[in-house]
Design a protein around this ligand. Structure first.
Ligand SMILES: Cc1ncc(COP(=O)(O)O)c(C=O)c1O
Length: 487
């Protein structure tokens, strides 16, 4: 049975006189008189705070923390958003006092060790991308997109070119057009081929001297490697445009192929998806970018440089830098986690991680395709998109119902209703760390749900503290300030 201290508010558990705070005697002179503080700042009534014993407070918060699903407590096959398991040793290392105890206002001389690590990380990210210029600055994938587009805009401006349009396929992540619009470009969406790939004829028809950038996720958000990516890049380059590779799905291709090798000019990494780092609540994250050599002079400042003669690391401003897109030199705590992850696995380990991510996704696909439609083929990269369209037509059970019912089985739902090009989409990404047993259990749960009575599934979840919150209202009208309940 669920513990009542988890679901009751502290106010509901309050009992007059039960407060446990014991303040020590004041050891500073008391300042008396309203003049010292100002009458307007003095409370006239005691604050209506809950009065609760310490064990009850502890139990309340500990139990509350167990109501949420996390990658440390449950299988979390969130497609595209990649909920990778974060190995604890990287968390521990990132908290070492040499790293966590440093401060961005310290002098270069005091943080040579840290700068050497960041310099090395820049090199590793350049190597993995096949693109030599790296900025560790951006705070998330989306900010990486925005930063790279500002970099491209500065490059075109410098060349006196008026390029105003950014193109992307319909399967693009919403942050792509958002970043392009924020960077001042006109957004042009391509429909894309029916088979889920970029349609070369459609792309060709849109290209002209106004084209600045084509943003493409590869592997794309349908879990497919864009088979014509080389031709896509050649087409863009033939009109003087640039190719932006949204690297959110790098987890599928690490050590196998590189954006720079298949024609990409710029890309971002999502450190939490491809390497390791906490994910959620919009950050704080890290979304380093990698660019071709001719774009490197425009990167944000600072970048870490090394003077071999002096063996000295510096924070330097690239020659034609676009300036800063955030404070200081990046979200160092997250970058370090990524650094430790790469160092732990090494080149071969990264490649194996990708191979296992792809293997796991293909195995899961093979286990669900007889009861869920998988519109884009029998093979995938690290994720695939299934559809509950048939279930909806036949029984009225929607993707959302299936997602909610999975909670009753102890699984977090896959990504739902994305990408928009697939009706009733369920986008599944198991990641490389999941075992055969977990994948089998998840597939069995999905299979069971698809044959359960429709009413049972439509009423789910039945076992969680909250059933179906009004998600739209919660997102649009969040209540962010505490106010005392009216008793
Ligand atoms: C394909 C794709 N691009 C970009 C992003 C944005 O990344 P971030 O959440 O780090 O801003 C995501 C996030 O899920 C994504 O899946």
């Amino acid at each position: 049975m669920r513990n009542p201290t988890a679901t009751k508010l502290l106010f509901e558990m309050s009992c007059a006189g039960r407060g446990t705070q014991v303040f020590p005697e004041s050891d500073v002179p008391e300042v008396s008189g309203l003049a010292a503080i100002g009458a307007e700042f003095l409370a006239t009534e005691p604050l209506p705070l809950p009065e609760i014993a310490e064990p009850d407070v502890v139990r309340h918060f500990v139990n509350l923390s167990t109501l949420n699903m996390s990658v440390d407590s449950h299988f979390y096959p969130l497609g595209s958003c990649t909920m990778k398991y974060n190995p604890k040793r990287h968390e521990r290392w990132a908290r070492l006092p040499q790293a966590a105890g440093s401060h961005p206002y310290q002098s270069e001389a005091q943080i040579q060790g840290l700068l050497s690590v960041l310099y090395e990380l820049q090199g590793m990210l350049a190597e993995i991308a096949g693109l030599p210029g790296v900025s560790l600055h951006p705070a998330a994938g989306a900010q990486g997109e925005f930063t790279a587009l500002l970099t491209a805009a500065a490059y075109f401006r410098d060349r006196g070119e008026q390029r105003t349009r950014v193109l992307f396929p319909a399967s693009a992540h919403g942050t792509n057009p958002a970043s392009a619009a924020l960077a001042g470009f006109e957004c042009v969406q391509l429909a894309g081929g029916r088979d889920g790939f970029v349609d070369l004829d459609e792309l060709r028809a849109q290209l002209d001297e106004r084209t600045a950038v084509f943003m493409v996720t590869n592997p794309n958000t349908l879990g497919l490697f864009e088979r014509d990516i080389r031709q896509v890049s050649e087409l863009l380059h033939s009109v003087g445009g640039l190719v932006y590779i949204d690297g959110a799905n790098m987890n599928a291709i690490l050590g196998r192929t590189r954006p720079g090798d298949f024609g990409g000019d710029m890309m971002h990494y999502n450190v939490h998806k491809t390497f390791t780092g906490p994910h959620g609540a919009g950050g704080p994250g890290a979304g380093p970018i990698a660019v071709r050599d001719f774009l490197a002079p425009y990167l944000p400042a600072p970048v870490v440089t090394w003077d071999a003669a002096r063996n000295w690391y510096s924070l330097s401003v690239p020659e034609k830098s676009i300036g800063k897109v955030r404070t200081f030199f990046g979200n160092v705590g997250i970058l370090l986690r990524g650094y430790f992850y790469i160092r732990t696995l090494g080149g071969r380990g990264l490649r194996e991680a990708s191979e296992n991510a792809v293997l796991n996704a293909n195995y899961l696909l093979s286990q669900v395709k007889d009861f869920l439609d998988v519109p884009h083929g029998d093979r995938c990269m690290h994720e695939f998109v299934a559809s509950a369209r048939r279930q909806k037509e036949q029984t009225g059970v929607t993707t959302m119902d299936i997602a909610k019912r999975l909670l009753d089985y102890g699984f977090h739902a896959p990504t739902v209703y994305f990408p928009l090009v697939v009706e009733e989409a369920l986008m599944m990404e198991p990641t490389e760390t999941e075992s055969l047993q977990t994948l089998n259990a998840f597939a069995a749960a999905l299979r069971a749900i698809c044959s359960e009575p429709a009413d049972l599934v439509r009423g789910a979840p039945h076992t969680t503290a909250v059933c179906r919150p009004d998600e739209v209202n919660a997102a649009r009208k969040p209540v962010l300030c505490w106010s005392a309940p009216e008793c």
